[in-house]
Design a protein around this ligand. Structure first.
Ligand SMILES: Cc1ncc(COP(=O)(O)O)c(C=O)c1O
Length: 335
């Protein structure tokens, strides 16, 4: 492996020496000529913005999966790009290769891939990753990954970076951060690993705006990344429904006539428990809605997202409050 350089303008010595090894192990990348970037302030969102700016020109199209984490679209638009959504199919949010194939045009420049996935908890399967990798090779485009939940997978599921597929290292920009794996969402420390030719462009933008991450946080990041395998194993010792991340993306009961927003409002009023209405994660362009069946359109208003990255006490209290709302027939009294 050869890491050419760390592109922050100031990187503490230990980090410069040891971070590449940590990341190489984490991503199982064998021979890399990759750069690593540390950012301060709002790590991931800034990180994504710095990455997407040098990658796309005005009018270039970037493929996103729907539903998705809400930040990507804004960053793409700010950089002059055009988001093109490919709907994942409920209930398992599977990738339909035909839908993906149809979304490519001569202007397609990149795909954004977030796995494990916010909001659904989906972990893209090896077959799906191969389809994405194949499309990237065929169309000669890039994939920008968001791997912030890389260590949070359940039921024997393991995260695989698409960068490990044949021919993908040179066309993948991996992004991740400390936030989720180490429960430090406020620290805003993240990184990108990408081929050298992108790194210098990213550096040009990054250095002018945020410069390097604060030195004490860099040391802390190194300590975190060198955690024992047992630490990472412990993150996976939870028995829950999603395959990864820390979200439950739940469909409302068929008998419920409330929309996702109304349901969440009632949940807050009656149980004091907060969820996020699913509609905020769906971005399908209205101009493209005619491509979708009526059922497909309506599911955009029938999901809510719970986050379970809370203490045992908080989860037990929420569970107790929800249980109190269950009526004699096992239904919720909310609606
Ligand atoms: C998919 C995804 N990417 C990125 C982030 C932001 O990460 P950070 O806390 O490092 O800014 C989040 C946080 O919710 C997320 O869900």
């Amino acid at each position: 492996m050869s890491i050419l350089s760390l592109i922050s303008s100031y990187v503490v010595v230990n980090l410069r020496l040891l971070l590449p090894q940590c990341l190489q192990v984490a991503y199982k990348l064998i021979s890399i000529k990759y750069f690593v970037l540390f950012l301060r302030i709002k790590s991931y969102n800034y990180c994504f913005h710095f990455l997407i700016c040098p990658v796309i020109n005005q009018g270039d199209e970037v493929i996103l999966f729907d539903p998705s984490y809400e930040t990507y679209e804004t960053c793409i638009r700010l950089a002059g790009g055009v988001p093109v959504y490919v709907a994942l199919d409920p209930p398992y949010w599977s990738l339909d290769p035909n839908k993906l194939a149809k979304s490519f045009t001569a202007r397609t420049k990149a795909i954004v891939l977030n796995s494990p996935h916010n909001p659904t908890g989906k972990v893209f399967t090896k077959d799906e990753l191969e389809i994405i990798a194949g499309a990237c090779r065929t169309w000669d485009i890039l994939v920008v990954t968001d791997e912030v939940y890389e260590h949070i997978t359940f039921d024997g599921e393991r995260h695989t970076s698409v960068a490990t597929f044949p021919g993908m290292q040179k066309r993948t920009i991996i992004t991740s951060s400390l936030s989720k794996s180490f429960s430090v969402t406020g620290w805003r420390i993240g990184w990108a690993i990408c081929p050298a030719y992108f790194a210098s462009a990213i550096k040009n933008i990054h250095v002018k705006i945020t410069d390097s991450a604060p030195a004490p946080f860099q040391e802390a990041a190194l300590t975190a990344l060198r955690s024992s395998p047992e630490y990472f194993d412990a993150l996976r010792q939870v028995s829950v429904m999603p395959k990864g991340s820390f979200f439950l993306f739940m469909e409302l009961p068929r008998t419920c006539t409330l929309s996702d927003v109304d349901f969440v409002e009632e949940l807050i009023k009656q149980a004091g428990v907060v969820a996020v209405p699913g509609c905020v994660f769906f971005h399908t362009n209205s101009s493209k809605l005619e491509d979708l069946s009526l059922t497909a359109i309506s599911y955009h208003r029938r999901y809510i997202r719970f986050a379970f990255c809370k203490s045992e006490e908080t989860l037990a209290a929420a569970s107790q409050k929800l249980t109190e709302l269950i009526d004699g027939s096992g239904g919720l009294k909310l609606f």
